[in-house]
Design a protein around this ligand. Structure first.
Ligand code: S3P
Length: 448
């Protein structure tokens, strides 16, 4: 099921009519990685329903199998893990290839750093450009050692320690991946491991650890920061769970429905975790008609059904402190902004430069090629919408980045002329079935 990186898949999208109907958005990527990892660390059998079967998550499954966990696919989205207990993973005989996935790479580095063996990790041409020192620096303080390529990049050798020491670590960048890597290392470390975050990032690790019976304590400090702690040599009790639909993936049909007149689209069972909901807050402020109903809890995560109706959007200023709750959603927000009236101002978004691609540059260049006025700096961007869909008509490079590809395909549904993307194959990392599901609502996306 692994994509062949040599085969590109050009795609094109054309202006469509109204989008209507119901889409079952695939499972949340962040939660799916964690479900497999925590299942592999627990004693006993865990059944996972709604697992995202995207390339990134399949890499995590393969790596955990190589580390000795039993992981089996039972049917569509239904998986079973039999874990080895905290500290029970075995030395892999092969290099762990994490493909395109930063989450898989960084969380596994945390996990492996407190296992007393050496493992080797690599990734594809996108992942091997991304910074890893942000995880290896705190993990070295816990006793692990790493050999990395220049600028802290993969491939890496991970020399796990058999005498881990707990740390208290203040995150220098708002990153749930770094927080989770440290907490995963802390699970097999005697004593209390604490991560302090100035800006709250997604809390799926904390929620899921609690679901598996681990006590995770969250305290607000006097300076407003959050301290997240757990006591190591913990035991995870296997427990079944259901993965909600991914709010990041849901952003694509949501924006498509907002910008195509007459649209009405239902997206049931979307995660409404407040640490992930920044896009929805912003789109509502822009005038988007979004209705959440039937709010409930599944596997420790809040979930609701979303109804989206086409709307006239206005540009807004997005507060920088909202960035962690919508960090993956800026590319699709840029598309909404390009169709809105007036400027949309995004500040404090420098992290976008180190995602699957330099997303600030990719969005600025692609939108400019589609006739949109954009200004961008090191950590900010302004998209000037005119209140009507842009010209389009460009062939946009995607630099192995699934979200850049999906964003520009959504733009093509509204623009005057078709929008082409050079390679849609990476869409499978997070949103398998994207083209068919979008076309099922009435979109016009085809091979390019
Ligand atoms: C993720 C955290 C975010 C996000 C990524 C998934 C996670 O990355 O961009 O897609 O699952 O923890 P950072 O931690 O680098 O912000």
């Amino acid at each position: 099921m692994t994509a062949n990186p040599a085969i590109q898949r050009p795609l094109v999208s054309r202006r469509s009519g109204a989008l209507t109907g119901t889409m079952r958005v695939p499972g949340d990527k962040s939660i799916s990685h964690r479900a497999l990892m925590f299942g592999a660390l627990s004693l006993g059998e865990t059944r996972i329903d709604g697992l995202l079967e995207g390339e990134d998550v399949l890499r995590t499954a393969d790596a955990l199998r190589a580390l000795g966990a039993e992981i089996e696919r039972l049917g569509h989205g239904a998986w079973r893990t039999v874990g080895r207990g905290v500290g029970g993973l075995a030395e892999p005989s092969q290099v762990l290839d994490m493909g395109n996935s930063g989450t898989a790479a960084r969380l596994l580095m945390g996990l492996l750093s407190t296992h007393p063996f050496t493992s080797f990790m690599t990734g594809d041409a996108s992942l091997t450009k991304r910074p890893m020192a942000r995880v290896t620096t705190p993990l070295e303080r816990m006793g692990a050692s790493f050999v990395l390529r220049s600028k802290g990049r993969l491939p890496a050798a991970i020399l796990g320690t058999n005498q881990p020491v707990p740390i208290e670590y203040r995150l220098p960048v708002a990153s749930a991946q770094v927080k989770s890597a440290i907490l995963l290392a802390g699970l097999n470390t005697p004593g209390r491991t604490t991560v302090i975050e100035a800006e709250p990032t997604r809390d799926h690790s904390e929620r899921m650890l609690r679901h598996f019976g681990v006590e995770v304590v969250t305290e607000q400090l006097s300076d407003g920061a959050l301290a997240v702690s757990l006591t190591g040599e913990a035991e995870l009790r296997a427990r079944d769970l259901v993965v909600p639909s991914d709010p990041s993936s849901a952003g694509f049909p949501t924006v498509a429905a907002l910008i195509r007149p007459g649209s009405e689209v239902r997206l049931p069972g979307i995660s409404v975790n407040p640490r992930r909901s920044g896009l929805y807050e912003t789109l509502t402020e822009m005038g988007g008609d979004l209705t959440f109903s039937n709010e409930r809890e599944e596997g420790g995560e809040p979930v609701a059904d979303l109804l989206v109706r086409a709307s006239f959007l206005k540009g807004v200023e997005v507060p920088p402190e909202r960035a962690p709750s919508m960090i993956d959603e800026y590319p699709i927000l840029c598309i909404a902004a390009a169709c809105a009236e007036g400027p949309t101002i995004m500040r404090g978004v420098g992290e976008l430069r180190v995602k699957e691609s330099d997303r600030l540059a990719m969005m600025a260049d692609g939108l400019t090629a589609c006739g949109v006025k954009v200004e961008a700096g090191e950590d900010w961007m302004v998209v000037h919408g005119t209140g009507r869909p842009p010209r389009g008509g460009a062939a946009v490079p995607t630099a192995m980045d699934h979200r850049i590809a999906m964003s520009f395909l959504v733009l093509g549904l509204a623009s005057d002329e078709p929008v082409r993307v050079d390679d849609g194959s990476f869409i499978d990392t997070s949103f398998p079935g994207f083209v068919d599901l979008m076309n099922g609502l009435g979109a016009a996306i085809g091979e390019g």
